[in-house]
Design a protein around this ligand. Structure first.
Ligand code: CAA
Length: 292
């Protein structure tokens, strides 16, 4: 028998997105704008309301810039069904989870998704650093589990980093690549090693910026201005750390440190102290900087 052709990307018609935070709502927006029916799942009704408001405002910006018609904006919003229960994902072709960055919690979710969703469904994780192979091993369909790592804010950032687990099939990889391109993203492909490509390189830079601040090399403003104007980054590393969340940065650095076993990834004590003090960045109104 010849090699089976990968199914056309149009087969991904219905998408489930789990977690209605910044990442989940942005991903739901992208899928809906590309014409997919979307179930956005969150057990917290307030998070779902915030997600709908943020999606409407994000699409509204495109309307006001003349990049989207009001009708297309309204249709996209209508294509998103907010639900509180993952059981609703029975019929979807692709699930993308964007829940809390905890391996135990994600594994439990994958076990449940494996039980609920149809056998052909692809299960993707937006994890920024947890092993896809380990998440896949919690399911009976490891060849259909894959990493789809989006960047914040998902509607603006042009990249999706696709991570192949040890058993991810070529067919699933090519379906997810086509889907990512259909929602307007450029794809890069990473093997399943700690931090994948982007965080493996980004987080040591952010950590180094904390060391520079901690050891008194310069003020936070000068460190950020240095990297903004000296290397043309849109945000300095400390401002970016606040934007990402200092807790997220710390957790990714710990994954790098534990997984790669090199002290160069050891988190700076100042970053650890900020997180211990609840200074988690922009989302809490206080991180390296304070926010209005
Ligand atoms: N939806 C739609 N449009 C949006 C938007 C959203 N959520 N957020 C911003 N925009 C649009 C604005 O309308 C504006 O459009 P125009 O230029 O056409 O007017 C444009 O994006 C720029 O926005 P702003 O003027 O409000 O602000 P800015 O110029 O400071 O840009 C930013 C904001 C895009 C976030 C920019 O600062 C940036 O690119 N920062 C770096 C972000 C980054 O590195 N993200 C990745 C973090 S790492 C990660 O996410 C992965 C991980 O695992 C940790």
């Amino acid at each position: 028998m010849g090699t089976q052709a990968a199914p056309a990307t149009s087969e991904i018609a219905a998408v489930g997105v789990i977690g209605a935070g910044q990442m989940g709502s942005g991903i739901a927006q992208l899928a809906a704008a590309a014409g997919c029916g979307v179930f956005l799942v969150d057990s917290d009704p307030a998070a779902l309301s915030r997600a709908v408001a943020s999606i409407s405002s994000s699409l509204g910006r495109l309307v006001s810039k003349g990049q989207l018609s009001q009708a297309a904006c309204d249709d996209s919003v209508k294509r998103i069904k907010c639900v509180s229960d993952v059981q609703e994902l029975r019929g979807v072709d692709l699930v993308i989870e964007a829940i809390v960055e905890s391996e135990d919690i994600k594994k439990k979710l994958f076990v449940e998704l494996d039980r609920i969703t149809k056998p052909s469904a692809i299960l993707a994780s937006n994890t920024s650093s947890i092993s896809i192979t380990r998440l896949a091993s919690a399911t009976g369909r490891p060849s259909q589990v894959i990493g789809m790592h989006f960047f914040n804010p998902p509607p603006i950032m042009k990249l999706v980093e696709i991570i192949r687990g040890a058993d991810t099939s070529e067919e699933v990889f090519s379906q997810v690549k086509s889907f990512s391109e259909r929602i307007g993203k450029t794809v890069i492909c990473s093997q399943d090693y700690p931090g994948f490509i982007v965080n493996r390189i980004l987080m040591p830079m952010i950590n180094e910026a904390f060391w520079a601040l901690y050891t008194g090399v310069a003020t936070k403003e000068d460190i950020d201005t240095g990297m903004k104007l000296g290397t043309n980054h849109p945000m300095g590393p400390l401002q970016l750390a606040d934007f990402i969340g200092l807790d997220v940065c710390l957790s990714v650095l710990r994954v790098l440190h534990n997984g790669l076993g090199d002290n160069k990834y050891s988190p700076c004590p100042l970053l650890v102290q900020y997180v211990d003090a609840g200074r988690l960045g922009k989302k809490r109104g206080l991180g390296v900087y304070s926010y209005g």
